[in-house]
Design a protein around this ligand. Structure first.
Ligand code: SAH
Ligand code: SF4
Ligand code: F3S
Length: 440
């Protein structure tokens, strides 16, 4: 058996792609290793959402390129979102790379690897999706299985590279998704997270050619009672795509969790317009209010960018105010990073200086921390259902940890490994990023 090592940078979509690559490579007699030095095939699965993630990818292949001087037989692959952008140009910069494979060509991997093994240098980055094949998925051992349902994006937010790296929106076949979900459940996974850049845009076709949207898909998965108890989640939602039908589905389906990730990006109307987001602050607020009035205990998390080109101090403060006023439960934050090809990257004369961006990011993070503290305090004294994900020893004490239906992390002292079980927990305390509880 040959050995393959894959280093994954970036989002869950990339991690899911890596699980698929491992699965395909198994058919080609590769076994997975966690030790890059022992691998015959090394793949860096890249992310280009920010400059920093792109830089990481290049520095990693630089290291592997040096290994090739003493071990000329190792093969190096470059996949993911940076690969989709650089295409064969990578060979000029890094001539030791053997394979460049774009995001839409994932399922071509076995054929490309064959050519690489024959000594060819190969690049496949065409912007035409290579048909999905029924390979095994070599999943990371966990409680939660990530299942992509759609890929790509048509929104073209002015700062974002994703539409250029993942291409136009396309939904996976309904039958294939259901098959994959059933397989994961039969393997013992207890949580299914449906994945997509904009999950609400899912458009599939049922047995009789009928249209199936995200709600239809969630209802179909929810009815899989023969697999025992499990949970279903979905990320990411574009704010204005959340429909009443989806809200009703979350309420009607016992397995679908009360959790929405709806990136807001900025709390200022002018900046939102410049970002090419299709809502203003009042609309976003209405969506949050509506969700909270309809779904008990719903958690709403978000993403924000600090220091978007031309963002004034006042506009930035509007973001801090919005975060607090909306009582967001948690937010991912980042400093704006100009990305090639995107509209905002051309506004060079309006860029915010690096130190100013860093300072704004620190304030954004502080407000996020305050929001999390307030959000967590609400649960003290309540009894919540937790799906246990881990059993660990923290400073000499045995602790289980897992998440509530609405995605709050809870730590519970416990002498037994209850990983994979649903337990009722009384919340006794709240920390910044997690809750503390006791088994009831
Ligand atoms: N499809 C999702 C998000 C995908 S990208 C959505 O529309 O919400 C994940 C997050 O990365 C974005 O929500 C955004 O906050 C951040 N991001 C994207 N491009 C960025 C850039 N150029 N600089 C900084 N952060 C960025
Ligand atoms: Fe990027 Fe906007 Fe598409 Fe999200 S919706 S992936 S932020 S372009
Ligand atoms: Fe990164 Fe591509 Fe995901 S740019 S965040 S790996 S879609």
């Amino acid at each position: 058996m040959k050995k393959v090592y894959i280093e994954t940078l970036g989002c869950q979509m990339n991690k899911s792609d890596a699980e698929r690559m491992f699965g395909m490579l198994e058919y080609m007699d590769y076994e997975r290793t966690d030790e890059p030095k022992k691998a015959d095939l090394l793949i860096i699965n890249t992310c280009s959402i920010r400059q920093l993630s792109e830089d990481k990818a290049y520095s990693q292949i630089g290291v592997w390129g040096k290994w090739k001087k003493t071990r000329p037989n190792i093969k190096i692959g470059f996949s993911g979102c940076v690969a989709q952008q650089v295409k064969e140009n990578l060979f000029k910069r890094a001539p030791y790379v053997d394979l460049v494979i774009g995001t839409q060509r994932l399922y071509e991997l076995p054929e490309l690897i064959k050519r690489v093994e024959n000594g060819e240098r190969v690049c496949s980055c065409e912007e035409s999706p290579y048909a999905e094949k029924d390979y095994k998925i070599n999943r990371v051992k966990s409680i939660n299985a990530w299942v992509p349902i759609m890929e790509g994006c048509n929104n073209f937010c002015s700062y974002c590279i994703v539409p250029y790296t993942r291409g136009r929106e396309r939904s996976r076949d309904f039958k294939n998704i259901m098959k994959e979900v059933k397989k994961a459940l039969s393997e013992g996974f207890k949580e299914i997270t449906l994945l997509g850049q904009n999950v609400d845009s899912y458009k599939g076709k049922g047995e009789n050619g009928e249209e199936i949207n995200l709600s239809g898909l969630l209802r179909a998965i929810n009815s899989l009672d023969e697999y025992g108890k499990f949970r279903v989640r979905f990320v990411t939602s574009y704010p204005t795509d959340i429909t009443d039908e989806l809200i009703d589905t979350v309420n009607d389906c016992d397995k679908v969790c009360e959790y929405f990730h709806i990136p807001m990006q900025s709390g200022d109307d002018y900046v939102l317009k410049k970002m090419n987001r299709r809502y203003d602050v009042a609309t976003y607020k209405k969506i949050c209010d509506h969700l909270r009035s309809k779904i008990k205990d719903v958690t709403i998390t978000s993403d924000f960018i600090a220091g978007f080109p031309a963002e004034t101090e006042e506009q930035f403060e509007n973001t801090l105010k919005a975060m607090k006023a909306l009582e967001l439960d948690y937010s991912n934050t980042a400093a704006y990073s100009p990305r090639e090809k995107t509209v905002a990257a051309k506004w060079v004369d309006k860029f915010i200086p690096e130190d100013e961006k860093i300072e704004r990011l620190a304030r954004l993070n502080e407000t996020n921390r305050e929001c999390c503290v307030l959000s967590n305090k609400k649960y003290i004294g309540r009894t919540l259902e937790v799906l246990v994900e881990k059993f660990e020893n923290h400073n000499g004490k045995n602790v289980i940890s897992g998440r509530t239906r609405n995605n709050k992390m809870v730590h519970i002292p416990c002498e037994r490994d209850l990983t994979g079980e649903f337990v009722d927990v009384k919340i006794t305390g709240s920390m910044t990023w997690y809750l503390k509880g006791e088994l009831v």
